[in-house]
Design a binder for this molecule. Structure first.
Ligand SMILES: [Zn+2]
Ligand SMILES: [Zn+2]
Length: 292
């Protein structure tokens, strides 16, 4: 597909999502240029390839994700270029952030703010990432919003290269085999009933059993609890009463329409609002589901 065809495909998916959940049209439209730019950049190969032969399939089988076997971010990665391009997409979708994003983008351009340092801090210690850019008079929340969008692009490039290099492998955990994050959304195929989990940190999808909670792995042989909204049978939220987490879930009959799992997740933010209102927490924080 050309860049234009890719962009049109994403716009069509967003148009259908808006038709199904018109109440979320504003946020879906705000994310449109961001997702178009992310998919476009993630389709390019990473600037520096890793030695994927270091990944051990036996460790994967035992539940050790790739992120705990090799370093997924390198200081040489072209994170600066990705950050500057993502900043333009954020301004297009969220013009109210223009002033702040311009300031952050300017600092990155001048190397006063280094995305690579953010990721280094993030890998070493989450708290350090909070301090990143603290002395530069930027809005820390906008800077980390931008960095999480950049992180997705870099991790998706890696995830694609890793899965191509590895071929088939066994993985039975509820967290992502590549980056170790918990899923943002699940998809259940109506025919056959298989459940697939999706990671919004790196874009990876993997199959997971229907009878246990992806977060705490509690097994429930009688069937798990799902919350539905009246008249909406294609959308639900899986809930676990042991760990008090939820996972938005969609059902798919056939494969008629192209899907984008992140767009599906954003189109279900009304579920996030309801479930968080009931005292449950999402399995993972995404840029769209952190409500408080
Ligand atoms: Zn992942
Ligand atoms: Zn659980």
């Amino acid at each position: 597909m050309t860049t234009n065809e890719e962009a049109t495909a994403i716009k069509n998916i967003i148009t259908r999502a808006v038709e199904q959940n018109p109440q979320n049209s504003e946020i879906l439209k705000a994310f449109e240029p961001i997702i178009i730019m992310q998919r476009h950049l993630a389709a390019q190969s990473s600037s520096k390839s890793l030695d994927y032969s270091l990944i051990d399939k036996e460790k994967l089988r035992a539940g050790v994700p790739v992120s705990r076997q090799i370093k997924l971010f390198l200081p040489e990665d072209s994170l600066k270029e990705i950050a500057i391009l993502m900043a333009t997409a954020v301004k297009e979708g969220m013009p109210q952030l223009t002033e702040n994003i311009d300031m952050i983008s300017g600092l990155i351009q001048e190397d006063k703010l280094k995305p690579a340092d953010y990721f280094k801090a993030f890998m070493d210690d989450n708290k350090a990432a909070d301090d990143w850019g603290k002395n530069l008079k930027t809005s820390p929340s906008n800077a980390s919003f931008l960095m999480s969008l950049v992180s997705r692009v870099a991790l998706e490039q890696r995830a694609k290269e890793i899965t191509a290099a590895l071929g088939a492998f066994d993985w039975e955990k509820g967290c992502c085999p590549i980056c170790g994050s918990f899923p943002s959304i699940a998809l259940i195929e109506e025919e056959g009933g298989k459940r697939f989990l999706h990671c919004s940190s790196c874009g990876q999808d993997w199959r997971f059993t229907r009878v246990s909670c992806p977060y705490c792995e509690k097994e429930e042989l009688k069937g798990m609890d799902y919350f539905y909204i009246e008249n909406k049978t294609q959308e639900s939220a899986f809930v676990c009463d042991k760990c008090k987490k939820y996972l938005v879930t969609i059902y798919r009959a056939g494969k008629v329409f192209a899907r984008d799992m992140d767009i599906s997740a954003i189109s279900l933010i009304h579920m996030d609002i309801i479930m968080q209102g009931k005292g449950y927490e999402p399995m993972t924080a995404c840029v769209w589901n952190v409500l408080s």
